[in-house]
Each structure stands twice: as C-alpha cells, then as structure tokens.
Design a protein around this ligand. Sequence first.
Ligand SMILES: C[S@@+](CC[C@H](N)C(=O)[O-])C[C@H]1O[C@@H](n2cnc3c(N)ncnc32)[C@H](O)[C@@H]1O
Length: 236
Amino acid sequence: MSFGLGNGRTLEPGTHGIKADTFPPLPDDINARQDAAWLDPRQWFTDPSKRFEIEIGSGKGTFLLQQGELEPETNFLGIEWAGEFFAYAADRVRRKGMDNVRLLHGDATEFLRWRLPNEIASVIHLYFSDPWPKSRHHKRRVVQDSFLVQAHRVLKPGGELRIVTDHAEYWQWMEEHFDRWTTPAVEPHRATPAPWQRQPFNRPASAGDGEVVGTNFERKYAREGRPFNATILKKN
Ligand SMILES: C[S@@+](CC[C@H](N)C(=O)[O-])C[C@H]1O[C@@H](n2cnc3c(N)ncnc32)[C@H](O)[C@@H]1O
C-alpha cells in the first residue's frame, strides 16, 4: 500500500537508511550462540563514539528530527518496518544533513533479539506502539515479556525504556507486564532487586507546549482529545 508520502517526489534514504534484509542471514546454530549475528549499529554514524539511543516504530521520523537536532551529542537509530515510512523518515534526515540520525528498515523486535550486543543503548523510545486490539493479534504487540528481556539486555545499566500510548487496553496489558518485571517476588522473575524500576515520564526537550513527546500520532490523537499514558522503565 502506498500512502503517497513522497507527494510525487521519489524518497531517497541514501546512506541515512539501512535495510535489515542486507544483513547476513542468521546462522543455523543461532539458538546455541546468542552473539552469532550481532552487529554494531553505532558504526553507521559519523561519530560512533557518541551516546546511542533507539526509537522503535519511528513512523515519519518527527521525534528523531526534533530531538536529534536538540541533542547533537547523541546518535539516534529509528527502526521502522513499514517501507514507505522508513523511506520518508530517512529522506527527511538525509535532506537535513543530520549526521546523528539513522533509520533501519526492519522488525525492531527481531533486531533487538538477534542483532544487538549487550549494553549498547542508553535509551529505547517506544511511542504510540500499534495496539493490535484483537486478542488473536496480541502476540504482535511490541511489549511482551520476551521484549522486556531483550530491551533490558541491550540497555546500559541505568538505561531507560520510555513509553507513551493512547490505547487504554494496551496500557493495561503493558502495566501487567511491567508489574512482573518490577516486583522481585512475583514470577517469572525472583531476582533481587527486580530488573526494572518504574519512574514517572519526563518530557523530552523537543516536546512542544502541552505535548508529552510531540510525535505525529500524539498530535493526531491530541486533536481527537484522547488521553495518554506514559512511563519510564529504568534498568536496575
Ligand atoms: C502508531 S505508529 C506510531 C509512529 C510514531 N511513533 C508516532 O508516534 O507518530 C506505530 C509505528 O510502529 C511501526 N512498527 C510497529 N511494530 C514494529 C516493529 N516490530 N518494528 C518496526 N516498526 C514497527 C509501525 O509501522 C508504525 O509506523
């Protein structure tokens, strides 16, 4: 399906866009060797030594453009599996000549699971993640126990998973998942301290007046008057 995002113009990701289907295939013994397909996305940036953050489901790339401009000392990788949104966002950052923002075309949960080394990122942003409201589609939601395990592995100690959603039922699902991983005595995790702690959401500097983050979906839903829920999971 085409959303006509180029408005008649061909979208050009250039070197600002990376495609996951160009990565080497996962080896047959990947389950025995967790690190067999790891790669280092920090090398995709002009200065790989900068602090590194990830946005999952970056859509049109508005958060990356806004925050990337205010925070040039941080490299931001947006991961987007819809080809046209990936191309649109990568084309935007390429035209702005931003050397601290890159877009990856692929499935973010697969990328975290198989490709990312331990303790590489300072923040993972997840804003207005698709709610997949039908029960039979819940397995497609980004937030799952397995995702929280991988996000925890990929974040540096003290790193943050930052979440905002408009969807009440998905929020309830998230809170049930967060409770399992922030309460030490509750299964499936009995470690002390718990792997994560909850913190109140603080707005990024790029959020506009009255905005929580200022993504495209936030602006659209704010016009509809929808309430939002937001939180930070901080890695212990
Ligand atoms: C509702 S939109 C929100 C976009 C943007 N974060 C915003 O707030 O404007 C969700 C986006 O996440 C993308 N997405 C959902 N699951 C994904 C996954 N597993 N990997 C990469 N992108 C994903 C969708 O294609 C879509 O662009």
